[in-house]
Design a protein around this ligand. Sequence first.
Ligand code: ZN
Length: 151
Amino acid sequence: MGLDELYREVIIDHYRNPRHRAPLEQVDAHGEGNNPLCGDRIELDLALEGDDVVGISVRGQGCSISQASASMMSEAVVGKSRDEVAALADDFRRMMSSDDVIDEDRPGSVLGDLEALRGVRRFPVRIKCANLAWATLDQALTDDSSPATSE
Ligand code: ZN
């Protein structure tokens, strides 16, 4: 199986079986985002303990890239501190916008399944779809009350 095909399967799996859909008992932060270009919408709740993201619930609708990205993001951030989440978001945006090599040794920088979205950067319009989950997460973590967009 080629890498492109493997990546496609990972994306389809997350789209069909999105992770962390169940509502949280404890909600400490909430984010909403939309990508008007594609009609993608994401809503998420976070449970926080001190500086750590201990739970996430994601709901959304839209294209496979936006929803798969949200599912992958949810798996990647649970159990991480705000700083680690910020580093991960940084790595993800760098991966989507350039050919920079990601420093795998930096704590919190292992992208895991998110690597499957690397191919999306060949399609500039879809990069906004992939980034929406992270913009929404940012919004939840910064308590910015205006809805996030992936601009
Ligand atoms: Zn989309």
